[in-house]
Design a protein around this ligand. Structure first.
Ligand code: GLU
Length: 281
């Protein structure tokens, strides 16, 4: 009996250890099907949003298309990027439930998130700020005791509470009001329901540009938000393919071109590039 028990145990161990290898087959699956399911936001200006012509555009959209194109080239075939709408809540769960193959969704690489998914190298460097009506606030400390809007389930929400706490605001939990998405946060600010909206600075720049001259970013950055492309857990071939594509885009200037198109000095969202992406020789 003991022997049988050991054999059963050994089979179970092999099955358990074997399953990640099966889950890690995205590269081969994509090579066969010619399709990459890409999760992208649709309310993040200018990362991924619908423009006046109802086209799904943005920095993340261009990065995703270019990464997919390059992976296709490395496979010797053309790949189609199948765009899938994701939001702050689904950009991780769609990866773990195999509904998408990558999540290019202005997503900060957090250790906590790394427990369920993996990330590419950092492809965008942002930080958190506060957007308010022009001329009302001078620095971060002016928001002590004031209400701040933020998107549910984001790093922004947590950082905002930490900031208010640091400033000595006893009601720091209550004073951060969580909304479903970016448009609801902006609306709350427009209607004066909150003193500020706080999230990654580029998203704030994106929405502020809807009404030029009316809003301003107040104070310094109070967090670091390195964005990574989310990928399925334990799938290093796929992650390597994405990392190599990002590094090649950086090396030949394509990254800079896309960056300038969306964040260059001539855009309404001007955000100077001050960091470099990690390069492996
Ligand atoms: N980048 C931050 C995050 O991943 C906030 C912005 C957002 O989620 O849309 O939580």
């Amino acid at each position: 009996m003991k022997k049988i028990g050991a054999v059963v145990l050994a089979v179970l161990v092999v099955l358990a250890v074997g399953s990640p290898a099966f889950a890690g087959a995205t590269y081969e699956k994509v090579k066969k099907s010619g399709v990459v399911r890409v999760g992208m936001m649709y309310n993040s200006i200018p990362a991924a949003y619908f423009n006046d012509k109802n086209e799904w555009v943005g920095f993340d959209v261009d990065v995703a298309e270019e990464v997919v194109r390059r992976i296709g080239a490395s496979m010797g075939r053309e790949l189609k990027a199948e765009r899938v709408k994701v939001n702050n809540k689904t950009r991780i769960s769609f990866l773990t439930s195999d509904q998408i193959d990558m999540s290019v969704a202005n997503m900060t690489h957090k250790r906590e998130r790394d427990r369920t998914i993996d990330f590419s190298i950092t492809y965008f460097f942002d930080g958190q700020k506060i957007l308010a009506k022009k001329g009302q606030f001078k620095s971060l400390k002016d928001f002590k005791g004031k209400k701040l809007a933020s998107q549910q389930g984001t790093t922004s929400e947590k950082n905002a509470m930490e900031l208010l706490k640091r400033l000595g605001d006893k009601n720091y939990m209550k004073n951060v009001i969580s909304f479903q998405d970016e448009p609801s946060c902006f609306l709350a600010l427009q209607q004066g329901k909150v003193a500020g909206w706080t999230t990654d600075s580029t998203i704030l720049l994106g929405y502020a540009a809807k009404e030029p001259g009316k809003y301003e970013l107040v104070g310094d950055f109070f967090s670091s938000e390195p964005y990574g492309i989310g990928v399925p857990q334990d799938d290093s071939d796929w992650r390597d393919a994405i990392n190599f594509a990002l590094q090649d885009m950086w090396a030949d200037g394509t990254y800079k071109k896309i960056y300038d198109k969306w964040y260059g000095p001539k855009t309404p969202y001007s955000f100077p590039l001050t960091e470099e992406i990690e390069m492996w020789p």
